[in-house]
Write a protein that binds this ligand. Structure first.
Ligand code: AQP
Length: 327
């Protein structure tokens, strides 16, 4: 039976990259698959320091956001990772199957440990192992991920293969489902991806940004000295990122967009992209504001989600314990 699993960290309000790379396809997948789990992965979020009060609020904000994007608790299991203890338990077992060199070259470790003067935590280093546990705990077959997560999913696949070889064929090898858009880049630095935790305020367009904030961020987006609109991600990453965003929110191809923008200066084009983004995000933002006021409802959704997730996770973890020799 096919099962979909994916996760998102409660590290702040999600941004356009999260939406276009992941959340948008999450909504479609719940129509196509019977069993779909979406986890708010708070265990992952503490791999870098988090303030407890902010974290508590961010979990509810993320729940509101998933619902506002169109994820339905009737079709999908929405839950908080730390409420299902088996995630951490399975991660331990899998970490004993994973070598240190295998983890050292993964992108998240490199980027985030650098931000901490190369003194990242052990948890940050083993983050991809916990991710493997998240997926395998439900014996998931399909994992929707953004472009930036492909190498982490490959680790999950390798770990599942190794487990199966050592202990018998148990885990399905999960397949990636890629989002509708490529990696969305920071508006301030097109060489890095758009990220919730980017310290630069203008780098990231959040799903709750007001139209005025969105216009300002696009107006200040870093491009280059050519004023023409072209799509050339290698040579002109800044303006190509704008075209990619524009294409993802309108459904037009990059070629169509470049064709329609002929004769436009980049300054003018930035406003056109901002307008398209504002239109796309308006209903999500409105729904999000409505839901954020109803904490009781959000907590109820998470409580029920955790219960269902636990029911699925417990028998899988139990089988793993038998296979490993714990029982
Ligand atoms: N820039 C991006 N473009 C496309 N997809 C992206 N995703 C993240 N950034 C981009 C996808 O969003 C999903 C959830 O990501 P996450 O919250 O688990 O963690 P992340 O990948 O580390 O995202 P952020 O926004 O950069 O968060 P922080 O700053 O907390 O680390 C994933 O499927 C991811 O591919």
């Amino acid at each position: 039976e096919p099962r979909v699993f994916s996760g998102i960290q409660p590290t702040g309000i999600p941004h356009l990259g999260n939406y276009l790379g992941a959340l948008q396809s999450w909504v479609h997948l719940q129509e196509r698959y019977h069993t779909v789990l979406y986890s708010i992965v708070d265990l992952h979020s503490i791999t870098v320091p988090q303030d407890p009060g902010t974290l508590r609020q961010s979990v509810l904000d993320m729940a509101a956001c998933l619902l506002a994007c169109g994820i339905s608790p009737a079709q999908s299991c929405i839950f908080q990772q730390s409420q299902v203890a088996e995630h951490a338990e399975l991660a331990w077992i899998l970490s004993c199957l994973t070598s240190m060199p295998r983890l050292r070259h993964l992108p998240q470790w490199k980027v985030k440990s650098q931000r901490q003067n190369n003194e990242g935590s052990v948890g940050l280093f083993t983050y991809p192992v916990l991710q493997a546990a998240d997926i395998l705990l439900y014996r998931a077959t399909h994992v929707p991920v953004g472009d930036d997560q492909v190498q982490h999913l490959e680790l999950t696949q390798d770990t599942a293969r190794l487990f199966n070889r050592l202990y018998g064929d148990f885990f399905p090898i999960p397949k990636a489902i890629m989002g509708t858009s490529k990696k969305i880049r920071s508006l301030r630095d097109p060489s890095s991806k758009m990220s919730k935790s980017d310290p630069h305020k203008l780098a990231t367009v959040r799903l709750t940004d007001s139209p005025e904030e969105i216009v300002m961020k696009f107006r200040k987006a870093v491009t280059d000295f050519t004023s023409e609109v072209t799509y050339d991600p290698e040579g002109r990453p800044g303006v190509s990122n704008l075209v990619a965003i524009h294409s993802a929110v309108t459904g037009l191809s990059a070629e169509e967009i470049v064709g329609r923008s002929r004769g436009m200066e980049t300054a003018q084009y930035k406003l056109a992209v901002a307008e398209a983004v504002i239109q796309k995000l308006r209903p999500i933002r409105e729904e999000m504001h409505r839901l954020q006021k109803d904490r009781g409802y959000l907590q109820g959704v998470l409580r029920q989600g955790a219960q269902r997730a636990k029911e699925m996770a417990a028998p899988v973890y139990d089988s793993v314990c038998r296979l490993v020799g714990f029982r």
